[in-house]
Design a protein around this ligand. Structure first.
Ligand SMILES: *[C@@H]1O[C@H](CO)[C@@H](O)[C@H](O)[C@H]1NC(C)=O
Ligand SMILES: *[C@@H]1O[C@H](CO)[C@@H](O)[C@H](O)[C@H]1NC(C)=O
Length: 384
């Protein structure tokens, strides 16, 4: 039975097995979705007329793909609220979350993987508005009080690690306002798989070029805010933490000038907008931190200073921005005093554009390396 007749079926069998293996292992792990908008993530498909009372949505499942609760309005771009004309960044429709209202969508995910959610929101009342974004058991209340764009819309990122095969994404207005109709507008909710990078022998920092990060809407030109006080292991900007009161802005090369690669970070709120990472270091050893300081080519002009901190050392890097793009390299040499060294950056000043929106210097291409020969480090420092 070992004749040529047996080899054929065996070959067929093995190629079938290969196919099966291919289908099982070579498929993208995020087969449930592609990075981008959630189903009806821009709310373009809305309730039937019978499921609305004026602008208020009636019925839990009236908005396709979403489950809603509380006071939700379905808003068409161009609607007037008082003397404010509402615009919608993606398509023509958005939803407004009244006091204690929420929108919810379930999505198939891969247990153990990291995901980031990006959504666009606009504040509509003068009060301090916040949104609680959650995928149980993780949640965060994101402040949306400070407006960074000139049209009132900003995009925000948040990340989670999937603990189950299904993620129930909830955006909730915890309702600090008195007026039940007061609440943020939401448009465009997207998701992206994150692949947290590791430190290597070429860079002791993870994600030093900021290339791994949240989804950026191709149609929005205002970047994505990485909110403050987000924990290290759940950062939408893997490796980095925003160690300050205000957000930093994640920018893309399609809409901005970035020093290296496709992504960078704009420090948009002076000393209130700092970004940091903890690196593993050997006490007594000398290290060199190099990075780029530039501007995003977004008409953010003026004399800027980026301050970098590592170990017990600090450097102030001046940069004169014409608002047209460009960057310079900078360097900080330090001796580690601990096994964990925090590397931190912030902008010394607040900078504003002509339209009064907040902006600032850009940092990118951050590298940390140990120095074998401190004399060489000295030479580099003098040149730097
Ligand atoms: C945010 O939402 C989560 C999930 O619904 C909830 O457990 C948490 O208590 C909420 N936090 C606040 C401050 O409302
Ligand atoms: C981007 O905007 C254009 C023009 O408004 C629109 O036709 C297109 O569908 C938008 N793309 C996405 C991904 O929403």
């Amino acid at each position: 039975m070992r004749g040529p007749f047996r080899t054929r079926p065996a070959a067929v069998l093995s190629s079938m097995l290969m196919l099966l293996l291919y289908a099982t292992f070579c498929r993208p792990t995020s087969a449930a979705f592609k990075d981008g908008l959630l189903p009806n993530g821009n709310f373009e498909r809305g309730p039937k007329p019978s499921e609305m009372k004026s602008t208020v949505v009636v019925g839990k499942y009236a908005i396709p793909q979403w489950e809603i609760s509380g006071f939700i309005e379905y808003i068409k771009s161009g609607l007037k609220q008082g003397n404010m004309l509402l615009i919608v960044p993606e398509g023509a429709f958005a939803v407004r979350l009244g006091k204690e209202a929420s929108i919810k969508q379930r999505l198939k995910v891969v247990k153990g993987m990291y995901y980031s959610i990006t959504f666009s929101a606009a504040r509509t009342c003068a009060q301090d508005e916040r949104l609680n974004v959650s995928v149980a058991p993780d949640w965060d209340v994101l402040p949306i009080q400070t407006v960074y764009s000139s049209n009132g819309w900003d995009s925000y990122a948040w990340a989670f690690q999937a603990e189950l095969d299904v993620a129930e994404i909830v955006i909730h207005n915890p309702g600090v306002e008195e007026d039940p109709a007061c609440g943020p507008l939401i448009d465009s909710v997207a998701i992206k798989v994150l692949y947290p990078p590791r430190a290597t022998n070429k860079n002791l920092l993870k994600n030093g070029g900021f290339e791994e990060g949240p989804y950026v809407f191709p149609n929005t030109s205002w970047g994505v805010l990485i909110p403050p006080k987000i924990e290290d292991d759940h950062s939408p900007l893997p490796g980095w933490i925003v160690e300050s009161l205000k957000a930093v802005k994640y920018i893309d090369s399609v809409h901005f000038s970035v020093p290296e690669g496709k992504r960078a970070v704009e420090l948009v709120a002076g000393k209130e907008s700092a970004i940091a990472q903890i690196a593993h270091t050997i006490p007594g050893k000398t290290y060199i931190l190099t990075f780029s300081v530039g501007d995003a080519s977004n008409t953010c002009e003026g004399s800027m200073i980026v301050e970098a901190f590592a170990g017990k050392e600090t450097v102030k890097v001046p940069y004169k921005s014409m608002g047209k793009g460009g960057f310079k390299r900078a360097l900080l040499r330090f001796r580690a005093v601990s096994t964990r060294t925090s590397v931190l950056f912030y902008s010394t000043f607040y900078t504003m554009k002509a339209d009064a929106s907040l902006c600032g210097p850009v940092i990118d291409d951050v590298k940390l390396l140990s120095v074998k020969n401190p004399k060489f480090a000295q030479a580099v420092r003098v040149r730097g």
